[in-house]
Design a protein around this ligand. Structure first.
Ligand code: ZN
Length: 430
């Protein structure tokens, strides 16, 4: 019994020591943790230290580059003033810039697609060190701030680009877009081609297999013969079921360029047939079974199926009379073009920049993006044309041609046309 007691005591003592060791471990762990917390708090408090804060700020501001470069490409409707207003500089600086630009003769007229780049000094906040404006694809003017304050020295710079005229032709087998891409035509030229023909051609219905096209456009290459940019379309012909639809680029007034057919008629119409690029006409105007309501109903517009986010263009110049929710039409835009015509664009995913009631828009300007809002089964544009208050079939719309060249400008056009035709045969012979 005594022996047994001893064993128990021994066992108890092991338990005792075990407990002691455990307690020591717990305490030391605690001390370690408190130390760690203290250390973190110390670091935290040093970060909060104003002096250090200032130092960090200085370090990071020194890491930020001293100069910022800003680039912009002019669009239709821009003015030098509106471009300058985009810069984060003070009023005086804006005034100086505008005055400098307007003093430069070769910049009298602001064209679209002109490239601008500005270099801003981050230390001398609100100061432009230098800036460049492209006068055309091959030339630019450089403005450098001189030591005398508020004066910029100008320098004309010739870029080392070579302008080439490219001729391409093909039979359309798949889609027009794919046939053009297969020929190595750059996408922006294809989009411009589609935009120009968008006045008269319904790309879904009018283009058949074995139709063909020809195109002459400008391309710019650098010293290494790499294409760096594309210019304008000079000539195009779309042959649809053996009918030629030709267009010639022509400067009908100083700095005013447009496209005309072989008879000197502007291809530009009051309204475009297809206010969207690369879309598939999915439902035409007329009676149809409504995809959601189920019963037969008059479809008072034309549907173009296109991926969500595809830009939608204003089909003509006009004033926005609605940009908001239209119930079944979802997000919609309504434009009044003149006393006769209005157009409606429905189911938009979102509106274009600055598009709201009362705003004037230009033909081809992006007013919104394809979506599926309202009563819709998938992303598409529902496009309506209203003539004298009555909804009509936009695809059968025969609008009078815009400008018809007469007198002196017609004579000049005939000369320009012959030159382009000669150019075409030369390029073909190559
Ligand atoms: Zn529709």
């Amino acid at each position: 019994m005594k022996f047994f007691k001893l064993i128990i005591l021994k066992e108890y003592s092991i338990l005792f020591w075990l407990t002691i060791v455990t307690i020591i471990i717990i305490i030391s762990l605690n001390i370690y943790n408190t130390n760690k917390i203290n250390q973190v708090a110390q670091i935290q408090s040093s970060i909060d230290n104003i002096y250090l804060k200032k130092t960090i700020k200085e370090i990071t501001s020194n890491l930020k580059p001293r100069y910022d470069s800003l680039h912009y490409i002019s669009k239709s409707g821009d003015t030098y003033q509106s471009i300058i207003n985009r810069l984060e500089i003070n009023k005086t600086e804006k005034k100086i810039l505008l005055k400098t630009i307007l003093n430069e003769k070769s910049l009298k007229i602001l064209k679209i697609n002109q490239k601008f780049s500005f270099k801003l000094d981050n230390l001398n906040k609100g100061n432009i060190i230098n800036f460049k404006i492209e006068t055309d694809k091959k030339n630019e003017i450089q403005f450098t701030r001189s030591n005398v304050e508020n004066i910029f020295k100008t320098k004309k710079i010739k870029k080392n680009f070579t302008k080439n005229l490219v001729y391409k032709e093909t039979v359309i087998l798949g889609s027009l877009y794919n046939s053009a891409i297969n020929l190595g035509i750059k996408p922006n030229i294809i989009l411009e081609f589609a935009r120009l023909y968008g006045f008269q051609i319904d790309f879904q219905r009018d283009i058949w297999k074995n139709d063909s096209f020809q195109i002459i456009y400008e391309e710019f290459t650098n010293e290494d013969n790499v294409v760096v940019d594309t210019g304008e379309i000079i000539f195009a012909n779309l042959n649809l079921q053996d009918i030629d639809y030709q267009l010639y680029k022509f400067e009908y007034e100083e700095n005013k360029i447009d496209y005309f057919d072989e008879n000197g008629k502007s291809i530009r119409k009051t309204l475009m047939k297809t206010p969207i690029n690369g879309a598939r006409l999915s439902s035409s105007y007329g009676k149809r079974k409504h995809p959601i309501l189920g019963y037969t109903k008059m479809h008072t517009g034309t549907d173009f199926a296109a991926p969500k986010g595809t830009p939608i263009m204003a089909s003509g110049d006009g004033k926005i009379i609605k940009a908001g929710w239209c119930g079944g039409g979802g997000n919609c835009v309504k434009i009044k073009h003149n006393s006769t015509y209005q157009t409606v664009y429905a189911h938009m995913y979102k509106f274009g920049r600055g598009i709201k009631k009362g705003v004037r828009v230009k033909q081809g300007q992006v007013i919104g993006y394809v979506g599926s809002t309202g009563m819709s089964t998938g992303p598409h544009l529902h496009y309506e044309v209203i003539e004298n208050g009555k909804k009509i079939n936009s695809q059968k719309l025969k609008l009078p041609s815009g400008k018809i060249l007469k007198g002196g400008s017609r004579k000049n056009f005939e000369v320009a046309k012959i030159k382009i035709d000669v150019l075409k045969s030369n390029l073909l012979a190559k």
